[in-house]
Design a protein around this ligand. Structure first.
Ligand code: B12
Length: 213
């Protein structure tokens, strides 16, 4: 099946192959969520497993990520669509010390698609940078991503910095090692395990902020 061919191509770091296969599936009208979740995200889960098992090393993980991103770029227009009116501003970034951005980019894309104005600060973002950007952009929601257990504490530090700055933003957190229990403990207002859930959450938090949703 073609979706499995895409996963196999990601695992073979075959960028041209992924590009061709993903485009073919889009043209054939295959469900975009199926391509995203089963083919691309599924392949990255397998990459993570192989890394844990010592079958893959960092350079290979990076090649898989770049290959996956090429597929993601083709899906982007289908994930975002038109946003007729802004629904409030979300400042998003991967916390200090962490360079993982695929999941964060996906969340940013889906938020844009849902009509939010998204300010993406990138990766390895210092707490002060989040504070500055949230203030400058009048953000209703700040979204923090972390993929490493070692960078999860930076989420707590960022939340503290936002509170100390007196900003009334709502904070949501996510990333593979993050749980709702952790989110509660560090004082975040919300957690979601995936990008569609992040959109729902942003709507709720923005409404609680008094923004339109
Ligand atoms: C690709 C990858 C890399 C790439 C990253 C490339 C890039 N541009 O992002 C590279 C090669 C750079 C990398 C490096 C490292 N990595 Co790495 N990496 C991965 C891998 C295989 C996939 C991550 C990914 O993109 N998943 C796909 C996306 C779509 O999923 P996601 O990020 O979880 O995002 C979803 C949700 O979590 C959620 N979400 C994400 N963010 C947010 C934010 C909000 C607000 C919300 C609501 C939701 C949300 O929505 C997303 C969409 O559904 C994972 C394994 C895994 N399966 O997670 C390891 C993994 C995260 N890496 C790991 C490690 C150890 C490292 C390194 C330390 C390796 C090393 N020795 O150097 C370095 C650290 C570098 C650094 N300082 O950050 C470990 C972490 C272990 C741990 N307990 O902390 C993992 C789990 C692999 C493993 N099994 O051991 N890595």
């Amino acid at each position: 099946m073609a979706v499995e061919d895409i996963s196999r191509a990601v695992l073979a770091f075959n960028l041209a192959g992924v590009t061709e296969l993903v485009q073919k599936e889009i043209d054939a009208g295959t469900d975009i969520d199926t391509i995203l979740n089963e083919a691309l995200i599924g392949a990255m889960d397998e990459v993570g497993k192989r890394f844990s098992d010592g079958e893959l090393y960092v350079p290979e993980m990076l090649m898989a990520a770049q290959t996956m991103k090429a597929g993601l770029a083709l899906l982007k227009p289908h994930l975002t669509g038109d946003s007729a009116r802004a629904k409030g501003t979300v400042v998003i970034g991967t916390v200090k010390g962490d360079l993982h951005d695929i999941g964060k980019n996906l969340v940013a894309m889906m938020l844009e698609g849902a009509g939010f104005n998204v300010v993406d600060l990138g990766v390895d973002v210092a707490a002060e940078t989040f504070v500055q950007a949230a203030g400058d952009n009048g953000a209703g929601v700040v979204a923090l991503s972390a993929l490493l257990t070692t960078t999860m504490p930076a989420m707590e530090g960022t939340i503290k910095a936002l509170q100390e700055a007196g900003l009334t933003v709502k904070i949501m957190v996510g990333g593979a090692p993050v749980t709702s229990g952790f989110a509660d403990r560090i004082g975040a207002q919300g957690f979601s395990a995936d990008a569609p859930g992040a959109v729902e959450l942003a709507r709720k938090l923005m409404a609680a902020q008094g923004g339109s949703s």
